[in-house]
Design a protein around this ligand. Structure first.
Ligand code: PRP
Length: 210
């Protein structure tokens, strides 16, 4: 059985549809219940539904053999896994945003609110810009509105959250999309199964023009 860590939510739904279309279906996943594990012994797959930011933890610690995770999480947490394929799904951008009309005071450290502490630190270190990080876990857009920070570093997908909170993007600096990752031991000992999955996924991504 190949254990696949699938991110809960819209990205997970899209990825499941893709995997299902190439022979890794597991119909019971559509059951409306609170189960977190679904398996189909016929095609040897077991899906584990996990929080998107936890996918790489399951894979790194060998609780799952493979998984699907955003590039943002990989860059932020640097898990010790193999990144095998860009699935092209879940496309968005890592951005710096501020209140409309915000003017930066370069004489003092920039206050940056973000979930992505390491990505933000690296981004500003590359520019030799002093910053104070304010780590938040969600609703990041509130920080500049309430004066908690000068800017935010966050993901922008449709841009709706930014727009509806009267913020504006100052800089887009990192394209993000979902990546197919594998545990290093699994990749060694279940190499054929994983390679086959990557090949089929590669073809499907091309065919479906993702
Ligand atoms: C993410 C991100 C932005 C929003 C961007 O938040 O942190 O707030 O999505 O998407 P948009 O450009 O399409 O509006 P998420 O939905 O994960 O919720 P969170 O505030 O709990 O992080």
């Amino acid at each position: 059985m190949l254990n696949i860590a699938l991110p809960k939510g819209r990205l997970g739904d899209q990825v499941y549809e893709l995997l299902s279309s190439i022979g890794y279906d597991c119909k019971s996943i559509y059951e409306q219940n609170r189960k977190l594990i679904f398996e189909n012994p016929k095609n040897n797959v077991r899906y584990l539904l996990v929080k998107p930011s936890d996918v790489a933890i399951y894979v790194e610690h060998h609780a799952a053999d493979v998984g699907i995770v955003g590039r943002d999480i990989l860059l932020e947490n640097r898990p010790d896994v193999y990144e095998l394929l860009d699935l092209g799904l879940g496309k968005c951008r890592m951005c710096v945003a501020a209140r409309s009309g915000y003017i930066e005071d370069k004489d003092r450290p920039l206050r940056v609110a973000t979930k992505f502490v390491n990505i933000a630190k690296q981004y500003y270190a590359d520019q030799n810009r002093d910053i104070d990080i304010i780590k938040l876990n969600g609703s990041i857009e509130l920080a500049p509105i309430l004066g908690l920070s000068d800017v935010i570093v966050d993901i922008v997908e449709s841009g709706n959250t930014i727009r509806e909170n009267d913020l504006r993007v100052i800089e887009e600096f990192l394209p993000i999309s979902a990546r197919f990752i594998a545990n290093k031991t699994s990749f060694k000992f279940q190499n054929q199964i994983i390679r086959e999955m990557v090949e089929k996924l590669t073809d499907a991504v091309k065919e479906q023009n993702i």
